[in-house]
Design a binder for this molecule. Structure first.
Ligand code: CTP
Length: 210
């Protein structure tokens, strides 16, 4: 299968030396890319900046901003059988990027932000993607309910939901525990390495159903 995977954080510039970002390490997306390649699939990894090595044998497009990630996905998703959106994409980006470094002046500084395009949310509609679609949900409360709402809103076949209020899983950790939310049921994935969760996600993608 041809599988597209997004991973890592995005970086939204404020001025030539500063940006807004988040705590995503990219480990989950890279683990899925590695597992899919290991299973013999053709993988395209589109990733924001991380400190990880790109797994062998996969195609790689590095990006920085949410807008760049959107464009890379839009350019390639058409020929994919499955797409897994593991990236932690910035939901907002600065309205203006200062050409020169912002100088200290007042006691407070207000930034004006504007919503980024929802890449996962555009896959079905704007990009007309008909393949198996996997989203991620990072939640601090009402995990299953919020993940199911996301699944329906964005037309996913599966949402991998993480409780990010826990420090022993998710974000920078080696392990993950997740709820696998499908259109008609939910499955718990007990705490295990991100690679084991990645293998499970790849299996589900291969099964192509819920
Ligand atoms: N995502 C994306 N593009 C964005 C934002 C999110 O592709 N601009 C994808 C992420 O890769 C992930 C899922 O959407 O697969 C996470 O969605 P999230 O941002 O948590 O959902 P929202 O619908 O924006 O809801 P929330 O209010 O919880 O942020």
């Amino acid at each position: 299968m041809n599988i597209l995977i997004t991973a890592g954080p995005t970086r939204e510039p404020l001025d030539p030396v500063r940006y807004l970002t988040n705590r995503s390490s990219g480990k989950m997306g890279y683990a899925i890319a590695g597992a899919a390649a290991h299973e013999g699939h053709r993988v395209l990894l589109i990733s924001g900046p991380t400190s990880l090595d790109v797994p062998d044998g996969i195609d790689f497009i590095p990006v920085e901003t949410a807008a760049e990630m959107y464009e890379a996905v839009a350019n390639h998703i058409g020929r994919m059988d499955a797409a897994v959106f593991a990236a932690a994409v910035a939901d907002y980006t600065p309205v203006h990027v200062a050409v020169d470094k912002i100088k200290k002046s007042g006691e407070t500084l207000t930034l004006e932000l504007v919503k980024t395009s929802d890449i996962l949310g555009s896959a079905r509609r704007e990009m007309r993607f008909g393949g198996f679609l996997v989203g991620f949900a990072a939640e601090t409360e009402n995990l299953e309910e919020n993940a199911r709402a996301k699944l329906e809103r964005k037309g996913c076949n599966l949402v991998v939901a993480n409780d990010v209020s826990r420090s022993d899983i998710g974000f920078d950790s080696e392990d993950n525990e997740a709820l696998l939310v499908f259109p008609d049921h939910t499955e718990a994935f007990a705490k295990a390495s991100k690679y084991e969760l990645a293998m499970r996600v790849v299996q589900l993608v291969e099964g192509g159903n819920s």
